[in-house]
Design a protein around this ligand. Structure first.
Ligand SMILES: Cc1cc2nc3c(=O)[nH]c(=O)nc-3n(C[C@H](O)[C@H](O)[C@H](O)COP(=O)(O)O)c2cc1C
Length: 201
């Protein structure tokens, strides 16, 4: 079987998820429905997280008002980019993920331990929410959507504005829309190849 592809997804699927997908700055003039976002969530929620904590939460800013509100907290260079996106998803971590252990299968002992250690909850939920954000990007792409992640924004500003009285804390913004012929993201930058990235021991 030498030379056979190791992949179970075909070329088109791998193109859509990785090789041909860009971090778009331009999107088609077509709204993204909440039904689609919900379907994508119901797919990507199956990706693994530590202790099955599933700490990622999403706030969808779909209206002009909501997008302007989120954009006001972005770094100067990101503001116009945010306004051009049909949908902004605020990807957030739930610092009280242990309140959901009845659903996610955590023990009462573990819940009590997390409850007593807010610093551990921040670290744990950050790591796993970012991991889930990776699944989310691929899930959105698998629904034919283009995504640009944006980390350049005032997290404390968004948290005070959107998450007051909530244990959710912003991690990253995802600009989401259907692609156009022109992705607007410029020439693609290089990636580290396997010879530099992988060592066998
Ligand atoms: C966590 C994260 C934060 C990012 N922050 C920004 C940002 O603040 N502004 C921006 O324009 N792009 C941002 N990007 C986009 C990256 O620059 C882009 O995904 C990367 O260069 C790969 O581009 P490509 O997918 O088109 O190859 C961010 C991406 C990630 C994953």
């Amino acid at each position: 079987m030498e030379g056979m592809s190791p992949f179970i997804l075909d070329d088109d699927a791998r193109e859509a998820l990785f090789v041909g997908a860009r971090s778009n700055l331009k999107f088609a003039d077509r709204p993204v429905s909440m039904d689609t976002i919900i379907e994508v969530w119901d797919l990507i929620k199956w990706g693994p997280t530590a202790n099955n904590t599933v700490p990622l939460r999403l706030v969808a800013a779909t209206s002009d008002d909501a997008r302007a509100r989120i954009s006001s907290h972005a770094a100067e260079g990101n503001r116009a980019k945010l306004k051009a996106a049909p949908l902004i998803l605020v990807a957030a971590r739930d610092e009280r993920f242990h309140d959901h252990f009845a659903v996610t299968g955590g023990t009462e002992t573990a819940a009590a331990r997390f409850d007593a250690d807010p610093e551990a909850r921040t670290r744990f939920s950050h790591t796993n929410a970012m991991l889930q954000t990776g699944y989310l990007i691929l899930g959105l792409r698998s629904a034919g959507l283009a995504v640009r992640p944006v980390g350049g924004f005032d997290r404390a500003g968004v948290d005070a504005d959107v998450f007051a009285d909530s244990p959710w804390r912003s991690e990253v913004l995802l600009l989401v829309g259907y692609p156009t012929d022109d992705h607007g993201a410029g020439d693609r930058k290089g990636r580290i190849d396997a010879t530099a990235a992988i060592r066998e021991i």
